[in-house]
Design a protein around this ligand. Structure first.
Ligand SMILES: *Cc1c(COP(=O)(O)O)cnc(C)c1O
Ligand SMILES: [Zn+2]
Length: 431
């Protein structure tokens, strides 16, 4: 059977088309994100034989970034075609002290994606989305962002020498506005919530003036979403091609969670990694989702045992996760239910405490989203939903320096001393 297909994404792409997550209808590879039959979201589908041909040796011989997994991605098989900051291969930090504090008796790891070039996991999705955008002929790069995506799109566009226009809610943290504006593209602050920004971008993308513009999370969203899979591949490879029994993942649209689960499925199907044996005898993994109390529509639907996700008006300090109408919420519910996981949410005070707990026990300074995930991990252990005897990976997706306000009132110098030995002794630094 033939595998040579004329693909707009390049001859060596294992992607074969787009498939509706709702009704299964299939479409050609193009800048399309919704199904013409049922308006459901589209996902990239692959030639399963092409994925199965990828070997561990090939991956290990690849570059020290996400492109080592190019055989499992829709684009980027050839270096010259990539629009990228070469993100990925971020540290997997063993977190014994944190495990002891929150009552986990098995190995606990923090996947620290703040180590990416613009300090969040968004560099992974943007590299894949913009490489697809280039292949599809777009000449301007854009996004609707809760903060980190804005940083990443602006930086990728600057590196590639392509104009960018980034849309954000006007009330984002300064640490996210400055770290976008510095790259020099257009930055549009919208007087509204993220959901307002996203709706406007969905309208703009249909206009003639934006015909040449790839919105990474709108018209090229199916490719964007695939970049998140690398957070699953990497954790498995870093554990010696073992999939962890439990993962805890922050949710905004819910996309990242569904793609880590998809990555684990692909690794098993391609024979690249093995799933652990769970206490109930089945081989698999459990996926857990974390939201904040100020924006918890997916967790609330799970707790109410419904598939109806009621949009909310987000509040609270975890702004990068503040999507009130989550596009992949339904699929996040499906993944969590199918794998036997759970979801929970954390209040602003719990998030602030958890940022400090994670920093104090692991040396990782997370943004508010990392505080959400750490706080929810502790809650899930306390409530018995997360098994304290199983190996667990907690995903930190962003950098604390971008959300300093979250903890600025809670931390500071522990001593203030004049520059003399006498003063140091008086302050208790000397006996
Ligand atoms: C965007 C983002 C997420 C979640 O992304 P989704 O795929 O939309 O669920 C998690 N953490 C951080 C820091 C983010 O910026
Ligand atoms: Zn459909």
């Amino acid at each position: 059977m033939t595998t040579s297909v004329i693909s707009p994404l390049g001859v060596d792409s294992p992607a074969r088309g787009l498939e509706c997550r709702g009704c299964g209808a299939r479409f050609p590879l193009a800048a399309q994100h919704a199904c013409y039959e049922c308006f459901g979201p589209l996902e990239v589908w692959y030639d399963a034989e092409a994925l199965a041909r990828v070997t561990r040796a090939q991956i290990q011989a690849g570059p020290q970034n996400i492109w080592r997994y190019a055989g499992l991605l829709p684009v980027g098989q050839h270096e010259a075609d990539r629009v990228t900051l070469d993100p990925g291969l971020t540290p997997l930090v063993r977190a014994d002290a944190l495990a002891a504090e929150i009552g986990l008796r098995a190995p606990l790891w923090v996947k620290d994606d703040s180590a990416n070039p613009t300090h969040s996991f968004k560099d992974r999705v943007v590299s894949v989305a913009l490489t697809a955008a280039k292949a599809l002929g777009f000449t301007r790069y854009a996004c609707a962002s809760t903060g980190n995506l804005a940083n990443s799109v602006a930086a990728h566009a600057a590196r590639a020498g392509v104009p960018s226009i980034v849309f954000i809610p006007h009330d984002l943290e300064q640490g996210k506005i400055i770290t976008t504006a510095v790259y020099g593209g257009d930055l549009v602050a919208i007087e509204g919530s993220y959901d307002d920004v996203n709706r406007l971008c969905s309208e703009l993308v249909e206009t003639d003036d934006f015909e040449d513009t790839a919105f990474v999370n709108v018209n090229v969203r199916p490719f964007y979403a695939e970049g998140s899979k690398t957070l699953g591949y990497e954790v498995a490879e870093q554990l010696g091609w073992r999939i962890p029994a439990q993962v805890v993942i922050p949710m905004a649209s819910g996309e990242l969670l569904t793609k880590v689960d998809k990555a684990f499925q692909e690794l098993v199907e391609a024979g690249l990694a093995v799933a652990p044996e769970l206490p109930d005898g089945r081989r698999g993994w459990k996926v857990f989702g974390a939201q904040s109390a100020g924006c918890n529509p997916i967790a609330t639907a799970l707790h109410a045992d419904t598939d109806v996700i009621t949009p909310v008006k987000p509040t609270g300090i975890a702004k990068s996760l503040n999507i009130g109408d989550p596009a992949a919420g339904l699929y996040a519910l499906e993944a969590v239910r199918r794998t036997g996981g759970w979801m929970d949410y954390a209040s602003d005070d719990e998030i602030r405490d958890a940022i400090r707990l994670l920093a104090r026990t692991t040396g990782v300074f997370a943004e508010t989203a990392g505080g959400v995930t750490t706080a929810v991990t502790a809650k899930l252990i306390a409530s018995g939903k997360l098994d304290p005897t199983l190996e667990t990976v907690v995903y930190n997706t962003g950098e604390g320096l971008k959300t300093l306000d979250a903890v600025s009132a809670l931390v500071g110098p522990t001593y203030r001393v004049k520059p003399s030995l006498k003063a140091a002794r008086e302050a208790g630094l000397l006996s």
